[in-house]
Design a protein around this ligand. Structure first.
Ligand SMILES: [Zn+2]
Length: 61
């Protein structure tokens, strides 16, 4: 079973050891997630500084 991790830099959720988007470190310690399907219309995406659709952790430790 693969461990799903979240990027410490951009919060992207992935199973990779390095973030596929920004090459940042991944953390196993994260809580909650949002799925951004239209970042242009999403208040959450704006608040989190997300400019690409995808699945993001709300809290990464
Ligand atoms: Zn990242």
């Amino acid at each position: 079973m693969k461990v799903v991790k979240a990027c410490k830099t951009c919060s992207l959720i992935s199973e990779e050891d390095k973030c596929p988007r920004c090459a940042g470190d991944m953390s196993k310690e994260w809580q909650g997630y949002v799925i951004i399907i239209d970042h242009n219309k999403s208040e959450i995406a704006k608040r989190m500084g997300i400019n690409e659709n995808g699945k993001y952790a709300l809290k990464v430790r």
